[in-house]
Design a protein around this ligand. Structure first.
Ligand code: 5GP
Ligand code: ZN
Length: 120
C-alpha cells in the first residue's frame, strides 16, 4: 500500500532498514533523525509514500491531524512539551529537501535558532 521500492523512508517504515523507532501505528511512524540538528530530533512520517507536502490533498486532513497529535504525544514522552518544540517539513530545491518521502522534523530539547534564509 503506497510503498516505493527505492525510498529510504518506506523501507524504514516497513522495518527493512534499522532505525531508533519512537512510535508506530497503522498509518504513521516516528524515529530518531540519524543526524540530529537539536538535542531532540525526531522524524514523523506517514507509512504511505507521499513525496512531500506539495502532494497533499484535502483527503489527507485526518492524516495530518494524526501526525500533529502524535507529535504532541512524542513531545510529552521526550519531556519537551513544557519547554517547547518545532515542527518543520521541507518541499523541493530551495528548502533543501533530501528525502522525497513526506516527513516532519520534530525539534526541541534546547533553545532553537531562527529559521529561514541561510548565509546572511
Ligand atoms: P530533509 O532535508 O529531506 O527535510 O530531511 C531528511 C532528514 O533525514 C535529515 O535530517 C537526515 O539526517 C535524515 N536521514 C537521512 N537518512 C536517514 C536514515 O537513514 N535514517 C534516519 N534515521 N534519518 C535519516
Ligand atoms: Zn517512501
Amino acid at each position: 500500500m503506497g510503498f516505493a521500492e527505492n525510498c529510504l523512508f518506506c523501507k524504514i517504515a516497513a522495518g527493512q532498514l534499522p532505525s531508533k523507532m519512537l512510535y508506530q501505528d497503522q498509518d504513521i511512524v516516528a524515529f530518531a533523525d540519524i543526524h540530529p540538528q537539536a538535542q531532540q530530533h525526531v522524524l514523523i512520517i506517514p507509512r504511505r509514500h507521499i513525496p512531500s507536502m506539495a502532494d497533499l490533498t484535502m483527503e489527507d486532513g485526518p492524516l495530518l491531524a494524526h501526525i500533529f497529535v502524535t507529535a504532541q504525544k512524542i513531545a510529552q514522552d521526550l519531556h519537551i512539551d513544557q519547554t517547547g518544540y518545532r515542527m518543520v517539513t521541507n518541499a523541493g530545491l530551495h528548502s533543501g529537501q533530501a528525502v522525497f518521502h513526506l516527513h516532519f522534523h520534530l525539534l526541541g530539547g534546547e533553545q532553537l535558532g531562527p529559521f529561514g534564509r541561510t548565509g546572511g
